[in-house]
Design a protein around this ligand. Sequence first.
Ligand code: OGA
Ligand code: MN
Length: 295
Amino acid sequence: MSVRIRPLTPHIGGEVEGIDMRRPLTPDDVAAVEAGMDRHAVLVFHDQDVSDEQQVAFSRNFGEIELALGSNVTTDAERRLDVKLADISNLDRENRVLARDDRRRMFNLGNRLWHSDSSFRAVPAKYSLLSARRIPSTGGNTEFADMRAAYDALDDKTKAEIEDLVCEHSLIYSRGQLGFTELSEEEKRTFRPVRQRLVRTHPVTGRRSLFLSSHIGTIVGWPMPEARCFIRDLIEHATQREFVYAHVWRQHDLVMWDNRQTMHRARPFDETREARDMRRTTIAGDAPTVAQEAA
Ligand code: OGA
Ligand code: MN
């Protein structure tokens, strides 16, 4: 069966037909999905009733799995899923909904802010693949914004100004925006800031994009408040409706996105009453975007 992709908006998103993730892909299938990712930056696959193992096997077609370590405040003993899967649910190990004031839940609310996955790691993620195992009766959409279209729409003066800027990213900054500031010394060490270029060039298409994320806390060489105002304006520009695809989940959807060219955010649902079980595999990036400061 051959792969077909239908665009979902003028800029971002494609809906894929002709893939069954429970079976091995042919090299042609893998190439078609990669080409679709390069073009649409977000791909939607419906009716993929996969196990964790099948999701991991499908993901491996696109690179090395980035392990879900150092990305939240859930301890190893509390972990619900294998370390190859990031737990994007509101559930504990016994599949009970987390309490409203549960520290893990409050930390994970950071997903409601626009971000790029693992931009807080020295080598940020390439792709993310999010599988909807169980969805709430209403709400809980995921929105994706096209950072290539956002870059293209900047005026030349702004493009020149940002060309060589480097930002510092950390989970401390995104959670700080939500007033989540109580972190242990060990968590602070784990979440210490990393540097990322603000403008990236896609290795295959050569298109430029804005590497934005709510994990950004400052721009190297700038006063912090000025950097934050500037980044806030850029995020507002980059997330205008015309650059956004809003995904309304169906059970067994799998959505795959390129973190190098997009931002995304979760939308609310009745989180303390309904279960939402989403599981993410992440494909590691291949290099830092900029030399890191000596430790
Ligand atoms: C993620 C994420 C958003 C959502 O999986 O990385 O940010 O809607 N998810 O759950
Ligand atoms: Mn995310």
